[in-house]
Design a protein around this ligand. Structure first.
Ligand SMILES: [Zn+2]
Length: 766
């Protein structure tokens, strides 16, 4: 316990002196390590994962109880890609889910010897994506949450002097001269990387490869070492069994650290004494200096010297150690990003050469600097245009070392709308009737999706059955699923058939879409033109303005939009607003309906003509043919012939007698309103009530005019019933569906004038 307290106190202390990066002795480093092992023992893949999760969080599953859920959830990527960014990047739901599964796979260590190429069409924002991602990585890696340690050797004058005394110049001063006298090019490089730090008592030489200090423990002793260090807790179990920690027992320190360790051991004859010279300090990331993160643009010229060495240092070290082969002081530019990120912005020009070199390194697993092997344990990333594939197509072996991640145009309509809001301001919503802004996004997205979806066709079969709500290519259905929404207009059967397997197939299609059509860049320009043309005070943008824009004003765009899409979009819109108007007008007395159904269930067990007291409600019922038919008309629809009434009544009575009464009520002791038959009748009753809710108003010219006059003086002159109905309708549209009064009026008049109720009269349940 004391050790842990001390370690945390020390950590806190070192954090407050962050910029000084004060190295701490190895044994103090071990105290911090034992206090917070999962944070200290992290390679770049683990820390990259932690970074993404830190900013994005766990994600929201809107339907946690759905047994067929494939955990295709909503991630809020704004902290990672939008907040504090010079240029925001918007990750839509399919891409965010892909990114998360990638970082999880990286953490698990399944595929670390690969180059990850984010490939996307021009104008998809991939450079912005990489820039923002690296910016946040740099930020995170330099905070306590992302902190990792690197190796520093501190040579104590007193101890070292002891064995260097036979040299004409003491070892440390020689080292000092070496660095001062290094050639300008190498000198600058060495100063950046391995600048020895002098004071009167010691000299510091940081590891140029940013090795984690735990790698200094000889590989063959590491298991034993950690076994002694940790209690038998969860972390120890993970460390010894999980693939993500294999590197702890597999990786070697860099050649310089290895050689220094061995030389010191040779001189000091005791590992303990060697570890007294081992220090740890925070690994500080600096993209501008290429420290921990390097990003190369195609135009960046290759470095003149790839191998960094220092002949004078080499000679002195050789002489000091009396052995010309023990320490080879050479390393490459890859050392700078070892345990960090090496990234290429576009694969063309010099970056093609860099990618080929990286590929060779990754394929062979090691990288040679002269005859010395160097570790390249970096996260290797690139972004690329599909057309640049030709630059690397001659390298067949690339396929197994390169992992492509598609970064297509936005296909989630909520994200597309979020982009407009971010660029033009949140107030843009006020210029649109609800849903029209999203329909603008749907139109843009329709140009990006494939017109044929095998996954949807296999599931839905014939798209014609949904022609009232959806386009023949089922793009509107797919868009809903990409946003994580399952539309209500699907039949019960299709809803049930949407299994996890089918969902995976549909989402997988997003990997191959969004590579053509209207680009992200263009959609912003188009929206700008549209918005400045039509956003006006006192006139809301509606669907006919939208369609007019895409078919007449910008006729050139209509060839990007699939044929018939806009017509289907209007049908889906009509259907949706009709539901909204009905819901807003619908009012029922729940208790009255309940009593009516209970009485009916009771009454059908008697011959018409009798008078009985209902055992459920206690009401006296005059059971006549008219009485039964009046309730049935609410259940199976009006104007149905007498035979259908009788058949329905007979079936209901049969089910009531054979299942409801004998099983559910008598055996299971359910009350009547808990029974299946009651629930089914209630659903029918409410459904039919809603279906018919508009009927009294459709032919009523007064009602239409009253809506138009709603906020005017003339409204007062209408009779009380109409005034109440109109007020109820408008208020509900405003509160339930976010209409403004102006929008609510317009949408009601539109629904009446377009005769939507008749268009969508649904025979399904009558
Ligand atoms: Zn090293």
């Amino acid at each position: 316990m004391d050790n842990i307290k001390k370690a945390i106190k020390h950590l806190n202390h070192s954090m407050s002196k962050w910029d000084q990066r004060t190295p701490i002795p190895f044994n103090e480093f071990l105290e911090i390590l034992t206090a917070r092992p999962p944070e200290v023992i992290r390679n770049v893949f683990q820390v990259f994962h932690d970074m993404v999760k830190f900013y994005i969080g766990e994600g929201i599953d809107e339907h946690p109880d759905d047994p067929e859920s494939i955990h295709y959830v909503s991630y809020d990527c704004s902290k990672l890609f939008v907040e504090g960014a010079d240029h925001p990047f918007f990750a839509d739901r399919p891409f965010a889910n892909r990114l998360i599964s990638l970082v999880e796979a990286l953490k698990r260590g399944a595929q670390q010897n690969k180059i990850y190429i984010f490939e996307g069409p021009p104008g998809c924002g991939k450079s912005t994506f990489l820039n923002n991602l690296l910016k946040k990585f740099e930020e995170f890696a330099n905070t306590q949450e992302g902190l990792r340690f690197e190796t520093v050797w501190r040579f104590d004058r007193k101890i070292m002097g002891g064995f260097a005394e036979n040299e004409s110049i003491p070892f440390l001063e020689k080292l000092s001269q070496l660095f001062d006298n290094a050639s300008p090019e190498n000198g600058a490089f060495l100063k950046e990387h391995a600048t020895p730090h002098f004071n009167q008592d010691y000299v510091e030489v940081p590891c140029p490869s940013h090795d984690n200090p735990i790698l200094m423990i000889p590989k063959e002793h590491r298991r034993e070492f950690f076994d002694d260090l940790f209690k038998n807790d969860e972390f120890k179990w993970k460390l010894s069994t999980e693939k993500e920690y294999e590197w702890v027992f597999r990786d070697n320190p860099c050649t310089i650290c290895t050689a220094l360790y061995e030389a010191l051991l040779n001189k000091l004859k005791s590992p303990e004494k060697v570890f007294e010279m081992l220090y740890a300090r925070p690994y500080k990331f600096n993209r501008r200096l290429g420290e921990g993160i390097s990003v190369f643009n195609p135009g960046d010229k290759p470095m003149r010297q790839n191998i960094l060495s220092n002949t004078m240092l080499q000679r002195r070290v050789n002489s000091l150690l009396k052995d010309s082969n023990q320490v080879k002081y050479i390393f490459s530019q890859y050392a700078k990003t070892n345990n960090g990120i090496y990234a290429l912005m576009d694969i063309k020009s010099h970056n093609t050469e860099r990618l080929i070199e990286l590929h060779n390194i990754v394929s062979e697993g090691i990288h040679k600097v002269e005859d010395i092997e160097e570790n390249v344990n970096s996260l290797l990333m690139a972004v690329m245009n599909p057309e640049d594939q030709k630059n690397i197509q001659n390298f067949k072996s690339f396929s197994d070392r390169i992992e492509y991640i598609n970064i297509p145009y936005v296909m989630d309509l909520n994200t597309e709308v979020e982009i407009y809001r971010n660029i033009f301001g949140k107030h843009i919503d006020e210029s649109f009737i609800p849903r029209v802004l999203h329909n603008f996004a749907r139109t843009i997205i329709s140009s990006r999706l494939n017109t044929r979806s095998e996954a949807l066709l296999e599931w839905i079969g014939n798209p014609e059955k949904y022609q009232l709500y959806c386009d023949e290519n089922l793009q509107l259905l797919k868009m809903e699923i990409y946003t994580g929404h399952i539309p209500a207009w699907l039949t019960e059967d299709d809803r049930k058939q949407l299994t996890a397997k089918r969902r995976r197939k549909i989402i997988a299609e997003s990997e191959k879409e969004g590579v053509h059509g209207i680009s992200g860049r263009d959609s912003i320009k188009i929206f700008n033109e549209f918005y400045s043309m039509y956003a006006k005070e006192n006139k809301l943008i509606n669907m006919s303005i939208l369609c007019n824009f895409f078919t007449k004003i910008r006729q050139d765009l209509s060839k990007s939009i699939p044929a018939g899409f806009l017509d289907s979009l209007i049908r889906m819109y009509d259907y949706t607003i009709l539901q909204e108007v009905k819901e807003s007008l619908y009012y029922y007395n729940e208790e009255k309906i309940s009593r009516e159904i209970q009485n009916y269930l009771f009454a059908i067990n008697f011959e018409p003509g009798s008078v009985e007291t209902c055992t459920f409600t206690g009401e006296k019922i005059d059971i006549t043919e008219e009485y039964l038919e009046s309730i049935e008309s609410r259940l199976i629809g009006a104007n149905v012939d007498k035979n259908k009434h009788l058949a329905f009544r007979k079936d209901t009575q049969k089910e009531y007698a054979s299942k409801t009464l004998t099983q559910e009520i008598m055996v299971e002791e359910k009350s009547v309103i808990e029974t299946k038959i009651y629930q089914a009748l209630l659903e029918r009753y409410v459904y039919n009530l809603k279906e018919k809710v508009l009927d009294p108003f459709l032919e009523n010219e007064n009602f239409r005019r009253a809506i138009k006059d709603y906020d005017k003086e003339d409204f007062k002159a209408y009779d009380k019933k109409i005034k109440n109905d109109v007020t109820y309708l408008v208020n509900n549209l405003c509160t339930k569906y976010k209409y403004t009064q102006l929008g609510a009026k317009e949408v009601c008049i539109y629904a009446i004038d377009s005769d939507l109720a008749k268009k969508f009269a649904n025979p399904q349940k009558s």
